[in-house]
Design a protein around this ligand. Structure first.
Ligand code: UDP
Ligand code: MN
Length: 493
């Protein structure tokens, strides 16, 4: 009897303690949120929904059915957002690390091209600033999204920068959307990337490590990871990235909408000196290239952004390293050209194939990933050539009109005022290969004093007397930059 009473008392005591303790956890966390320096301010958001720094406090996990019958839900992990917001310390909230002169020594940069001393002193789980467009905080994405393999190639990457990449992905992605994380070692010789890395990753069961048998360069290393991947989607990241809040659902949602999509997050800058996390200068730009195949970022035409710059927009070429693609479609595209060395050019290759194969390439403003832009390239490049700018594709001839610069291989060439337009080795001597863009005469060939004309049924391109009223001479130049065209015409005189 006494023993039973004791048990009952013990049980009641525990129950009371639990009742007192549990709400206190809640209260404590609220209190903690408020006392920390970075305490999020609770304000009233649109529709009277309370928000923390613009993010809904009340989890909106229930799916909503859209006008198109699609079920969409709020994918934000509010618990993780709350935890992140409460973090303080070195580099937390994406703030720059306060550098001293001893941190700035050359040695800190030598191995990685960025300051590894600073990286080592910032938590692997550090929080970053949520610098998304405010509309992103309200967006819903498909309730059912494909899962993805995350493929991270690395060559002699720093320990903390590599691990922070992995941690940020696991911390800021819905677990059910991550099929696996594949680290592909491109024949690194750093000790920490061998046994220690394997030991470390034992505790992260989703992470696999693959290794190349010789130095392959970025492209073939990515391909090795892609070939081993099991996810429905494959997502490529560099080995020194940090995924931002809710970065993954906006990407996967576009692929779920159209499997022939290649989607890129907006790439933010992690400073190579102090690791401050911020947007790129001219954030809202899209990828493009000039006649010399130099990658450029240019403003987004207003008709593409409509009224909402948080919406996905199409882009001619991707920036390169960071993107997601349906795994099967990636292989239908033929993957990457395996002849591409180290890096450079691969973004054109894949981008052109996407557009030619009826796909679409998009940048997704609500998905943000930070990337450390190095001070300099720290690794040796076999053969000494690092860039393929002058390059040709096995599957496509390089057709560009002749111009004053001549790094291209073949140029448009025309002999007389009624000759066919042919492709000929660029001689750089202007003459028969000299062309001008003119509003009144479209693509004009001053030597033969005639315009380029086409017969689409015969798939023939030839020269003809310039006549603005002939439809087959009306070439469509969208969004021309008259200053650049004038300079081009002037230089080719
Ligand atoms: N990389 C690789 N093998 C190489 C060179 C680079 O696997 O021979 C990896 C590198 O670790 C990184 C990615 O490929 O994850 C892109 O290279 P990097 O970051 O040096 O290019 P950047 O971003 O500086 O243009
Ligand atoms: Mn990189």
């Amino acid at each position: 009897m006494r023993r039973k009473e004791k048990r009952l008392l013990q049980f009641a005591g525990l129950l009371i303690a639990a009742l007192l303790f549990l709400p206190n956890v809640g209260l404590w966390s609220l209190y903690r949120d408020r006392v920390f320096e970075n305490s999020p301010e609770i304000v009233e958001g649109p529709g009277g929904i309370p928000q923390i720094q613009g993010v809904n406090v009340r989890p909106q996990k229930d799916a909503q059915v859209g006008r198109d019958g699609m079920r969409r839900k709020d994918w934000h992990d509010y618990e993780a957002i709350r935890r992140d917001a409460a973090r303080s310390g070195n580099g937390e909230q994406g703030k720059p690390f306060p550098l001293t002169d001893t941190d700035r020594v050359d040695q800190a940069y030598r191995e990685n091209g960025f300051n590894i001393y600073v990286s080592d002193r910032i938590s692997l789980n550090r929080s970053v600033a949520d610098i998304r467009h405010p509309n992103c905080k309200q967006k819903l994405y498909g309730e059912k999204l494909p899962n993805t393999s995350i493929i991270i190639p690395f060559h002699n990457e720093g320990w903390s920068s590599l691990l922070r990449t992995v941690h940020s992905v696991l911390n800021r992605s819905p677990p059910e959307l991550i099929a696996e994380v594949i680290l592909v070692d491109d024949f690194s010789d750093k000790e920490h990337l061998k046994g220690s890395l394997e030991e470390y990753m034992v505790r992260l069961p989703k992470v696999r490590i693959l290794r190349t048998k010789k130095r392959e360069g970025l492209i073939r290393t990515r391909l090795l990871g892609a070939a081993a991947a099991n996810g429905e989607v494959i997502t490529f990241l560099d080995s020194h990235c940090e995924a931002n809040i809710n970065w993954l659902p906006p990407l996967l949602d576009r692929i779920a909408d159209n499997r022939k999509s290649i989607v890129c997050p907006m790439i933010d800058v992690i400073d190579h000196d102090n690791f401050g996390y911020e947007t790129q200068a001219g954030d809202a730009m899209r990828g493009a290239f000039d006649w010399e195949m130099y990658y450029k970022r240019i403003p987004i035409p207003s008709e593409l952004t409509k009224d909402d710059s948080s919406e996905p927009f199409e882009s001619p070429v991707m920036a390169g390293g960071l993107f997601a693609v349906d795994r099967k479609w990636f292989w239908e595209l033929g993957g990457y050209d395996t002849g591409l060395e180290i890096w450079g050019g691969e973004q054109y290759e894949i981008s052109f194939k996407v557009w030619m194969c009826g796909g679409r390439m998009e940048d997704i403003p609500c998905s943000r990933v930070g990337h450390i832009y190095r001070k300099y390239v720290p690794y040796k490049v076999p053969g000494g050539v690092s860039l393929a700018r002058v390059f040709t594709f096995g599957w496509r001839e390089d057709i560009r009109v002749g111009g004053p610069m001549h790094t291209k291989k073949v140029c448009f060439d025309a002999i007389s005022h009624n000759s066919p337009v042919t492709l000929y080795d660029c001689h750089g001597l202007k003459g028969n290969q000299l062309w001008r863009y003119r509003k009144d005469k479209s693509l004009y060939h001053p030597i033969s004093n005639s315009c380029i004309d086409s017969n689409p049924t015969e798939r023939k391109v030839f020269m003809n007397t310039c006549d603005p009223s002939v439809p087959s001479q009306q070439w469509l130049f969208e969004k021309t930059n008259t200053t650049i065209l004038e300079t081009f015409n002037r230089n080719s005189n």
